[in-house]
Design a protein around this ligand. Structure first.
Ligand SMILES: Nc1ncnc2c1ncn2[C@@H]1O[C@H](COP(=O)(O)OP(=O)(O)OP(=O)(O)O)[C@@H](O)[C@H]1O
Ligand SMILES: [Mg+2]
Length: 112
């Protein structure tokens, strides 16, 4: 599996949050290091497909993630910096809810 970040830029009004970022990530563990406001979260949001780049694109195994759409979300796992959860859910209910969102069948979810 290979994720290609291809000349990605992100503009918020006059602010350029990302300027022509390119790199290739193969399987493994990676981290983004940078000063406050250097664009780490913006890049993570683009990789998580919740924000669109102003220019450039992200490819999974050579295919633009915008074209992959739901198929990209199927292989995507995302742990946000600030966790949100529903206070009226038990832990089990919440896990089953997330499993349902990921398209895991009820029985398999219970077994897992
Ligand atoms: N939604 C937005 N609208 C306008 N400007 C934004 C928005 N999101 C981020 N920015 C700006 O883009 C730049 C990059 O922000 P980003 O949050 O990606 O940086 P970061 O590296 O994650 O910072 P931190 O280390 O503080 O988490 C900053 O100057 C920020 O103010
Ligand atoms: Mg951040």
């Amino acid at each position: 599996m290979k994720l290609t970040i291809e000349r990605v830029s992100k503009q918020y009004g006059h602010k350029r949050a990302l300027d022509n970022v390119s790199c290739e990530l193969t399987e493994g563990v990676y981290g983004f290091l940078g000063a406050n406001g250097s664009g780490k979260t913006t890049l993570m949001r683009i990789l998580a497909a919740v924000v669109k780049p102003s220019a450039g694109r992200v490819l999974l195994d050579g295919v633009d993630i915008e074209l992959l759409n739901e198929r990209y979300r199927d292989v995507l796992g995302y742990l946000p910096q600030h966790l949100g959860f529903y206070k009226n859910f038990t832990v089990e209910k919440f896990l089953l809810y997330i499993a349902a969102l990921k398209g895991i069948e009820k029985e398999e979810a219970h077994a897992k």
